[in-house]
Design a binder for this molecule. Structure first.
Ligand SMILES: Cc1cc2nc3c(=O)[nH]c(=O)nc-3n(C[C@H](O)[C@H](O)[C@H](O)COP(=O)(O)OP(=O)(O)OC[C@H]3O[C@@H](n4cnc5c(N)ncnc54)[C@H](O)[C@@H]3O)c2cc1C
Length: 379
């Protein structure tokens, strides 16, 4: 039981990740954001340290631990660089969990084990130019021909898509069954017919790379079918609560960063002969920001704890919804507290604000979370 505070193992882990983020990642953030590059060496280092294996069993090279610890990893990384946290999540969550839960033993050995070691980078290809929230409307198809499938289609907004070693690709194997006819394939990105159409320029999250992909008569062996059977997509989407919780952790991380920066600045910046933190208008802003971050974190931890107990659909959607909206308000107010400097790229709060804007859109938009919550409360 969580008991509303971290146990010794969780707290020790949080401190270790914070130390890594501040020593190894923080000094490189400016360069990574400017060059819009994912730091493959830091990813490998996280693998060597065992951090990518949190939540996975030792049999596959994992380091054990629970969902709360995976959230701590993401929150602490996002506090320093939300883009890097997003790329890590696309890997340890979307790129690994489906293989762990539904993959064949051979797929786990070939993809999951090196992924946990930081030797292979994963990605998850579901969204398409004309299909986002309505995932069942994807047009990518996989046609069986003897001992292989031929995949044709396009994918949009794929995190790590241009740099990953493999991609979990959603494609229709049976178009007659809307949604149920979608299968998942693990595709090596070196497969002939796999093309990165372009790397996408984004408003924020620059350390995470995002791409549009095209599959042109891409032949994959039958063994590439996730779990060895067709129609696995609905199984995979049934496990997305975990992604919503770690997404909330990312929102809490960027909110915490904005709060800390604003708190420091408000005590240093002097106007009218006193630090601006002395003005009630600013003091109340900071108090509200602190309260909102704390509530979002508590919801996220509770959802993580429930996840480990087996069911958290409602709480995961609530945590994702609330934390992503808190990130909007807190980063917005941080820019306000910084005044003109808040809008200047030499100060980090404008990055927090740009990064936060994505949080209500990915892993199910705010409107989709509300739809899930409405269903969960019987509407
Ligand atoms: C930086 C970035 C990284 C991403 N990474 C990945 C990735 O790695 N893999 C991947 O597969 N996808 C990824 N995505 C795609 C992301 O999951 C989608 O953008 C998201 O699901 C929303 O889909 P959409 O953009 O097509 O918007 P749409 O679904 O077209 O929605 C547009 C608007 O309509 C609203 N809306 C849609 N349907 C309803 C409804 N039924 N009721 C009420 N409102 C509705 C939405 O909430 C939204 O406000 C990424 C996107 C971005 C921007």
């Amino acid at each position: 039981m969580l008991g509303f505070r971290l146990n010794d193992e969780q707290e020790g882990f949080r401190l270790a990740v914070r130390s890594f983020a501040e020593k190894a990642l923080a000094p490189r953030v400016e360069e990574l954001e400017r060059t819009e590059t994912f730091p493959r060496d830091l990813f490998a280092e996280l693998g060597r340290l065992g951090y990518l294996g949190v939540g996975y069993p030792e049999a596959y090279g994992g380091s054990g631990g629970d969902m709360v610890m995976r959230c701590l990893l993401i929150e602490e990384i996002a506090r320093v660089n939300c883009g890097f946290a997003a790329a890590l999540l696309a890997h340890v969550g979307l790129g690994c969990i489906p293989i762990f839960r539904f993959g064949t033993e051979e797929q786990k050995r070939h993809y999951l084990v090196p992924a946990i070691r930081g030797e292979k980078l994963g990605s998850f290809g579901l969204s398409e130019p004309n299909s986002g929230s309505d995932a069942a409307s994807i047009r990518t198809t996989a046609e069986r021909r003897g001992d292989h499938y031929v995949i044709n289609g396009t994918k949009m907004f794929i995190t790590n898509g241009n740099i990953a070693d493999y991609c979990l690709v959603a494609a229709y194997t049976d178009r007659a069954r809307r949604g149920g006819g979608i299968s998942m394939f693990i595709v090596d990105t070196t497969t002939p017919g796999f093309t990165v159409s372009r790397k996408l320029r984004k408003t924020g999250h620059h350390t995470s790379e995002t791409a549009a992909l095209a599959f042109d008569d891409m032949q994959v062996p039958v063994a590439a079918l996730l779990g060895g059977s067709e129609g696995g997509f609905q199984q995979v989407t049934g496990t997305l609560e975990g992604g919503r919780i770690t997404h909330a952790a990312r929102s809490v991380g960027v909110s915490q960063a904005a709060l800390e920066a604003a708190l420091r600045y408000a005590q240093e910046r002097v106007q009218f002969g006193q630090p601006i933190a002395k003005f009630q208008a600013i003091k109340f802003k900071l108090a509200r920001m602190a309260a909102e971050v704390e509530i979002a974190r508590t919801m996220m931890w509770r959802a993580a704890w429930l996840f480990d107990q087996g069911h958290c659909m409602r709480e995961a959607a609530m945590a994702k919804l609330f934390a992503s909206e808190v990130a909007q308000r807190v980063t917005w107010e941080a820019v306000q507290i910084f005044g003109g400097y808040g809008y200047i790229t030499e100060f980090p709060v404008e990055r927090f604000w740009r990064d936060a804007r994505l949080m209500t859109i990915t892993e199910g938009t705010t409107e989709i979370q509300l739809t899930i919550i409405a269903r969960e409360i019987g509407l």
